[in-house]
Ligand binder design. Structure first.
Ligand code: DGP
Length: 113
């Protein structure tokens, strides 16, 4: 059996987190290293390694992450925010279990660094 990812361990409560949302399909919690006043990660329970390995069968699940991000943003009182999913190390991915970053609470610049 493959070893659990860091985010599976968080989803299973084996590593503590500041959880703000959970359901049967995903969890949302505060990033340990926030880069904005609000920085949450929305993570499917299914350990998809990176965005380019998302399959057709995952489309509903991945769409659900956006719905949850909207709910969490609303809970935080955010109307404007940024959603980011990094694909691969060069793009900034460091945890190889897909996750949507929800960033808000300050003005955002474009392009990102
Ligand atoms: P990325 O670099 O896109 O793969 O984002 C991974 C994020 O995960 C990064 O912003 C820091 C966060 N992170 C890493 N380890 C932990 C942890 O143990 N707990 C929490 N809450 N966040 C973590």
């Amino acid at each position: 059996m493959n070893e659990k990812t860091l985010f599976q361990k968080i989803a299973d409560g084996e590593i503590p987190s500041d959880l703000v949302y959970e359901d049967d399909h995903c969890i949302a919690f505060r990033d340990i290293n926030p880069v904005a006043p609000t920085h949450m990660l929305v993570v499917p329970r299914k350990p998809i390694t990176r965005p380019d390995l998302i399959e057709e069968d995952d489309e509903t699940l991945v769409g659900h992450l956006f719905t949850v991000a909207r709910q969490v943003a609303s809970q935080e009182g955010l109307s404007d925010y940024r959603l980011v999913m990094n694909n691969g190390a060069e793009a900034g991915q460091s945890v190889f279990h897909i996750h949507l970053h929800l960033l808000g609470g300050r003005p955002m610049t474009w392009p990102p660094g």
